[in-house]
Write a protein that binds this ligand. Structure first.
Ligand code: GTP
Ligand code: MG
Length: 168
């Protein structure tokens, strides 16, 4: 069967409420999600889509941002190979962002920080790095999940980080 030799890479998108996680996953996949776990546009479980990417299938999940559903974060993080952390540039760095940053760092997997909604407000990468204490090896990229700005770059950068880590 075509693709039977492909490895599966699990990537999870985290971010505060309304940061644009569901939109990110939808836009980057360009197709209907296999799972879109939301009610009245608030994700309460998770989103899921599978992408064909070189020699890999990427299983891309997005988490709920609402605090009420934060119990899902641990479950979705199980077995992840990498993470994408979306910051909402129209809000700036919130306490939830600090909590999520600590959560992602604790999992010790490669991650990329996307400062989303760059089409609305531009937030400087330096400020975000400083506030969240992000090390120089981690990429921080300004994105828009609506205009598609840098979405492919985020995925390419993370896939490079993941495959380099796996080959070490
Ligand atoms: N202008 C602009 N709007 C965006 C962008 N990303 C998301 N949005 C809008 O922000 C709102 C929330 O987007 P969602 O993708 O549902 O956000 P979410 O992070 O999945 O929300 P929860 O899962 O409920 O936390 C929607 O109205 C989107 O159209 C972006 O990059 N630019
Ligand atoms: Mg969502």
């Amino acid at each position: 069967m075509e693709g039977e030799n492909k490895s599966i890479i699990k990537i999870v998108v985290f971010g505060a409420l309304d940061a644009g996680k569901t939109t990110f996953v939808e836009t980057i996949s360009g197709k209907k999600l296999l799972m879109k776990g939301e009610f009245e546009r608030i994700t309460n479980s998770f989103d899921f889509v599978q992408l064909d990417y070189d020699n890999y299938f990427i299983q891309l999940f997005a988490t709920p941002g609402h605090r009420r559903f934060s119990f899902m974060w641990n479950t979705l993080a199980i077995g992840m190979d990498g993470a994408i952390f979306l910051i909402d540039s129209t809000v700036g760095i919130s306490p939830v962002d600090k909590e999520l940053m600590a959560f992602i760092k604790k999992h010790n997997v490669p991650y990329v920080v996307a400062i989303n909604k760059d089409d609305l407000v531009h937030l400087s990468q330096e400020n975000v790095r400083e506030e969240l204490e992000i090390s120089d090896e981690v990429s921080v990229i300004n994105t828009s999940s609506v205009t598609k700005q840098n979405l492919d770059l985020v995925m390419e950068t993370l896939m490079m980080d993941i495959t380099n880590t796996n080959n070490k």
